[in-house]
Design a binder for this molecule. Structure first.
Ligand SMILES: Cc1cc2nc3c(=O)[nH]c(=O)nc-3n(C[C@H](O)[C@H](O)[C@H](O)COP(=O)(O)OP(=O)(O)OC[C@H]3O[C@@H](n4cnc5c(N)ncnc54)[C@H](O)[C@@H]3O)c2cc1C
Length: 407
């Protein structure tokens, strides 16, 4: 069995197949396994989510029907048990997200690779799959030159196209497209967005977090998003968990109409009437900045956003000022490039796959992980579906080899 790609999906496929007693060769283009998986642990590895499965499944949006059977077989509970089996306990954070104790990927990945190696998986690093030969064997570039590999079944687990330095470059897209396999264009998911900040705002506030704001957005189809959270002002715009949570809607709206206007409530604990009452108090000789801070507690980046987006004259009008504090429009003009995104949307269309994730037009070739056409917000949903689809492709290829060849 040949697996291409040593990320979470490919490694999970390898686990299933080696446990079934097959010979498993895993080819990874980079000099080591799981580079993006390691990157995912930098800010705290969010393995999965503890919410009820019914709610968990809704996070996959329109791809729920395709992913539901896979995730019911290997979902959040199984991910936690799997980590425990590798000697890594997990815990539920305050947000319901599940993390390994220690928050890092390295202990988990290294224990996993050790177990797979001990079970017999043969890892070929610096081995990049190039395409197929005329006899359907695999063309693999190695440091010693190109080789051909014959396998009973092949699992492609090549990742998306974000963070290409980790090996997930999306270079596989034309290789499948030219074989007639429908691949939907890869797009940034869980990404930041550009805003045309003034130089004054950018130089003062880039890097500043915006905490406890409510972000509302309604797209031109009437789909809405409304959530309390936080994000960061960047040199070029906005980025962070609250932005990621609605990034699919924002990205698609910008693609459809050129911009997406998010609306911020900068004082979610306050009613508008109370803001008006406090802002109407005489400010005497105080500056407007100090009046804003003393009367309603707005300062720093939140006050900066008001100066950035509302006419100066509105500061003198408590009604208008309070209305802007509760509902400040910020136009987003572009999604950040896919290379910077946490994940990618698009990929191999599920219509090209059977229920075991085998390509209908290429029997014996399976696909798994982020290269499939689904997306989900951050929260552990990405890794869970990568593990689950890697396992499904592994089990599928096992069934296929049993019924079609050799075993
Ligand atoms: C900064 C960051 C933080 C993240 N944090 C989280 C998180 O906390 N929780 C979460 O759920 N998800 C997180 N993710 C997303 C998660 O890491 C990915 O969804 C997941 O790694 C995808 O797994 P995969 O196996 O499908 O692909 P990948 O992990 O991308 O692995 C694909 C592998 O295939 C190899 N490859 C590609 N082409 C070839 C070829 N031609 N020949 C041989 N090998 C090839 C690549 O080198 C790569 O190693 C994060 C991502 C990033 C970038």
């Amino acid at each position: 069995m040949a697996i291409i790609g040593g990320g979470p999906a490919g490694l999970m496929a390898a686990e299933v197949l080696i446990q079934a007693g097959l010979r498993v060769d895993l080819y990874e283009a980079k000099p080591s396994m799981g580079r993006k998986f390691l990157v995912a642990g930098k800010g705290g590895l969010n393995l999965t989510h503890s919410e009820p499965l019914e709610q968990f499944l809704t996070r996959y949006g329109t791809r729920r029907p395709q992913l539901e059977p896979i995730l019911k077989d290997f979902g959040p509970e199984q991910v936690r048990l799997w980590a425990k089996g590798l000697g890594v306990e997990t815990f539920v954070g305050t947000s319901g997200r599940v993390f390994p104790v220690g928050m890092k990927t390295a202990p988990l990945l290294h224990a996993w690779l050790r177990r797979l190696r001990a079970a017999g998986v043969i890892f070929h690093t610096s081995h990049a799959w190039l395409s197929w030969n005329a006899d359907n064997s695999l063309r693999i570039a190695t440091p010693a030159g190109e080789i051909s590999v014959q396998a009973d079944a092949v699992i492609l687990a090549l990742g998306g196209a974000s963070w290409p330095q980790t090996g997930s470059t999306g270079a596989w897209v034309p290789l499948l497209s030219e074989r007639g396999i429908p691949v939907n264009p890869l797009k940034p998911a869980n990404c930041g967005f550009d805003v045309t900040w003034t130089e004054h705002f950018r130089s003062r506030f880039a890097g500043h977090p915006l905490k406890s704001v409510v972000l509302s957005f309604t797209d031109s189809q009437g789909l809405t998003f409304h959530q309390l959270g936080e994000f960061i002002i960047t040199e070029t715009g906005v980025e962070g968990s609250l932005i990621y949570a609605c990034s699919a809607l924002l990205r698609d709206e910008i693609a459809a109409s050129g911009q997406a206007i998010i609306r911020l409530d900068l004082a979610s604990g306050w009613t508008q009437a109370r803001l008006v009452e406090r802002l109407s108090r005489p400010r005497g000789s105080k500056s407007m900045a100090s009046h804003l801070e003393r009367s309603v507690g707005l300062r720093g980046v939140k006050a900066g956003l008001l100066w950035e987006f509302i006419p100066k004259a509105d500061f003198a009008d408590p009604e208008k000022l309070a209305a802007s504090i509760k509902d400040l429009p910020i136009p987003l003009i572009a999604a950040r490039p896919i290379e910077e995104a946490i994940s990618s949307a698009g990929g191999v269309d599920f219509a090209a796959l059977d229920k075991h994730l085998m390509l209908r037009s290429m029997p014996g070739v399976f696909c798994a992980g982020e290269m499939l056409d689904w997306e989900a917000p951050t929260g552990g949903y990405l890794l869970t579906a990568c593990f689950a689809s890697g396992r499904a492709a592994g089990l599928g290829s096992l069934e296929w080899t049993k019924s079609h060849r050799y075993i």
